[in-house]
Write a protein that binds this ligand. Structure first.
Ligand code: PLP
Length: 517
C-alpha cells in the first residue's frame, strides 16, 4: 500500500505499482471548482486590462466608419477586470483540466498522441500563420506548394491516386466521399441509394450516409468481430452505392476479408469507402489502395499528430482512385508555367465543402510530422502503436479480457465481469481512473461489446506509463471487489465529482446568466 499522501493527483500519473494508489477520501486541498470565482464575480466598475490608445486628432471615429447602429458605448453586464485577474482566472481553470500534455490519455478511437512542438512552430511561421486566405495564388506559392506536397505524401501513404485537403474533420471527409460516390453513380446513370455499414461502425458513418441522402443497410460482423465477404454478397444489389467500412475496425482489429469484400463490391458496380480514421495502425505497413478502396478519408488530427479534441480544428482529407478524381471538391491545386494556382476547371466536381482551402494550420502540422518522421519513422510509429495496444491487452487480460480473440492493432477493446460480481459499471471504472491521474479510455463503444473499455495507448507512451496504467486498472479491479462503494462514488480527488451527464447533455447551460443587471 502506498503511504499516506502519495496519492496521484490530476496532472501526475503514478510512476510505479506501489505508487498507483489513489486517495481513499477526497483529496485534502484539491481545488473546488465552485470556489473559483467567475470573471463576472470578480468584476469591479471602471477596472480595465486594456490600454486602448486615444483616437489621434483627425482620425475618423468608429461611428463614422461603421455607422452608429453598429456602435455602442457600453455592454451591459460585461465584466471589468485587470489583466492579471484575467490571466490568473484562465490559468486556474486550465489546471482543472485533463489534457494529453499532462496525463496519459488512452482514449480509444481518438488517437490522443503526443503533438510535437516542432509542428506548432512550423504552423506559427509568419509566412504561414499570417497568410490571408484570400491571398492571390501568385503570392501564396509556398503555401500551395506545401499543400501539393502533402497531397502527394498522403497519396503515397494511402496508395491512392488523388487527394483533396478541403474537409475540416473526419466526418466532413466522410460526407465528401459519399457525395462523390453519389456523383459517380449519377454520372453513370445509376441512381443507387443504399450504403452498407457494419454494426461496428463509428457513429459518424451512418450520420454521414443520412446527410448525403443514402439509406443505411447494416451488415453484421461475425463472432470474431470482422466482416465476412459472404455477408456483403448477401446484402449487395444494384441499389447499393458503396460499403463504408473502417479498417482497422472499431474493435481495433484488421478486416481480414477486405480484399474479397472489395472484389464483391466491384463486381456489382459498388464502391469501397474505407474510413481511414484508424490509419495510425497502418502507416508504412498497409495501404487502403492495395485493399481495393475507391475512397478513403484520413483524420490528420489523429494520425498525423495535429491536436485532436476539445473542439479544435481538424482536417479530414479525402483520397480517391483515378475514376473518382473528377468528383473531388474544387478548386483543386493546378500547376502551369506561372506556378501553383487554384483550378476551378473540374465540371463534375461536387464543389466546395467549406470556405477556402481547408484548415491550413493543420495541414502544415501534418506535413511537418510526415517530414520529421520520414517513411521509416511513420512505419515505426504504427508498429509501436500496435505493440503498445497488444502489451496493455496482454497485461490486463487476467482481469479485463479482450472482446475479441483476433490480434489487436492500434487499440484494444476489453470487457470485465465487475458489474455481475460487484455491481461496478464500466463508467465507475472510468471515473475511478481519474483519481490515479489517468484520463479514462473510451467506454461503451463499440456498441456491439457490452460495457466496453476501448484503450488506445498510442506509440508515444513509455513502458513505465503503460505499466502504471495496468497497475491502476488492477487496483481498481481489486478495489471493486473489496470496497465497491469507493469505485461507484469516484472520482474523489478532483475539483468536481460526478455530474448529471444526461442533464448536462440535454439542458446545457453554456452561458453565465446574471442574477442582477
Ligand atoms: C473510425 C472513425 N471514423 C470517423 C471519425 C470522425 O472523425 P472526426 O471526429 O474528425 O469528425 C472518428 C473520430 O475519431 C473515428 O474514430
Amino acid at each position: 500500500m502506498a503511504a499516506e499522501g502519495k496519492m496521484a493527483s490530476a496532472g501526475r500519473i503514478a510512476r510505479s505499482t506501489e505508487e498507483a494508489e489513489p486517495s481513499s477520501v477526497a483529496a485534502a486541498g484539491a481545488p473546488d471548482v465552485r470556489s473559483v470565482p467567475l470573471l463576472f464575480e470578480e468584476s469591479a466598475a471602471g477596472r480595465s486590462g486594456a490600454d486602448v490608445a486615444a483616437r489621434a486628432i483627425g482620425e475618423p471615429d468608429a461611428a463614422a466608419i461603421l455607422g452608429t447602429g453598429l456602435c455602442r458605448d457600453d455592454i451591459t453586464g460585461f465584466p471589468e477586470l485587470s489583466e492579471p485577474q484575467v490571466m490568473r482566472h484562465f490559468l486556474r481553470l486550465s489546471q482543472l483540466n485533463f489534457g494529453q500534455a499532462f496525463q496519459f490519455y488512452p482514449l480509444g478511437s481518438c488517437t490522443m498522441k503526443y503533438n510535437p512542438v516542432l509542428n506548432d512552430e512550423m504552423a506559427a511561421l509568419s509566412g504561414f500563420a499570417g497568410l490571408h486566405p484570400m491571398t492571390p495564388a501568385h503570392l501564396a506559392q509556398g503555401a500551395l506548394e506545401l499543400m501539393a506536397r502533402l497531397e502527394a505524401a498522403l497519396a503515397e501513404i494511402t496508395g491512392m491516386d488523388a487527394v483533396s485537403l478541403h474537409p475540416a474533420a473526419g466526418a466532413q471527409g466522410e460526407l465528401t466521399g459519399l457525395l462523390m460516390a453519389r456523383a459517380y453513380h449519377h454520372k453513370r446513370g445509376a441512381a443507387r441509394h443504399k450504403v452498407i455499414i457494419p454494426d461496428t461502425a463509428h457513429g459518424t458513418n451512418p450520420a454521414s450516409c443520412t446527410l448525403a441522402g443514402f439509406e443505411v443497410v447494416v451488415a453484421k460482423s461475425n463472432r470474431r468481430g470482422f466482416l465476412e465477404a459472404a455477408e456483403i454478397r448477401r446484402l449487395l444489389s444494384d441499389e447499393v452505392a458503396a460499403l463504408m467500412v473502417t479498417n482497422p475496425n472499431t474493435l481495433g482489429i484488421f478486416e481480414p476479408e477486405i480484399a474479397a469484400i472489395a472484389g464483391a463490391l466491384h463486381e456489382r458496380g459498388a464502391l469501397l469507402y474505407l474510413d481511414g480514421a484508424n490509419m495510425n495502425a497502418l502507416l508504412g505497413v498497409a495501404k487502403p489502395g492495395h485493399m481495393g478502396a475507391d475512397i478513403v478519408q484520413l483524420n490528420l488530427h489523429k494520425t498525423f499528430a495535429t491536436p485532436h479534441g476539445g473542439g479544435g480544428p481538424g482536417a479530414g482529407p479525402v483520397a480517391v482512385k483515378k475514376h473518382l478524381e473528377p468528383f473531388l471538391p474544387a478548386p483543386r491545386l493546378g500547376r502551369d508555367a506561372g506556378g501553383w494556382r487554384l483550378d476551378y476547371g473540374w465540371p463534375d466536381s461536387i464543389g466546395r465543402l467549406r470556405a477556402f482551402q481547408g484548415n491550413f494550420g493543420m495541414l502544415v502540422r501534418a506535413y511537418s510530422f510526415i517530414l520529421a518522421l520520414g517513411g521509416n519513422g511513420l512505419a515505426e510509429a504504427s508498429r509501436f502503436a500496435i505493440l503498445a495496444a497488444n502489451y496493455v491487452r496482454k497485461r490486463l487480460e487476467p482481469h479485463y479480457p479482450s472482446a475479441t480473440r483476433e490480434p489487436s492493432m492500434h487499440e484494444c477493446v476489453l470487457t470485465h465481469d465487475l458489474e455481475k460480481r460487484a455491481g461496478v459499471s464500466t463508467l465507475d471504472i472510468a471515473k475511478r481512473l481519474l483519481d490515479f491521474g489517468i484520463h479514462p479510455p473510451t467506454i461503451y463503444f463499440p456498441l456491439v461489446v457490452h460495457g466496453a473499455l476501448m484503450i488506445e495507448p498510442t506509440e508515444t507512451e513509455t513502458r513505465e506509463t503503460l505499466d502504471s496504467f495496468v497497475a491502476a486498472m488492477e487496483k481498481i479491479y481489486d478495489e471493486a471487489l473489496s470496497n465497491p462503494e469507493m469505485v461507484r462514488t469516484a472520482p474523489h480527488t478532483l475539483a468536481l465529482s460526478r455530474v448529471d451527464e444526461a442533464h448536462a447533455a440535454r439542458r446545457p447551460v453554456l452561458r453565465w446568466q446574471p442574477t442582477r443587471a
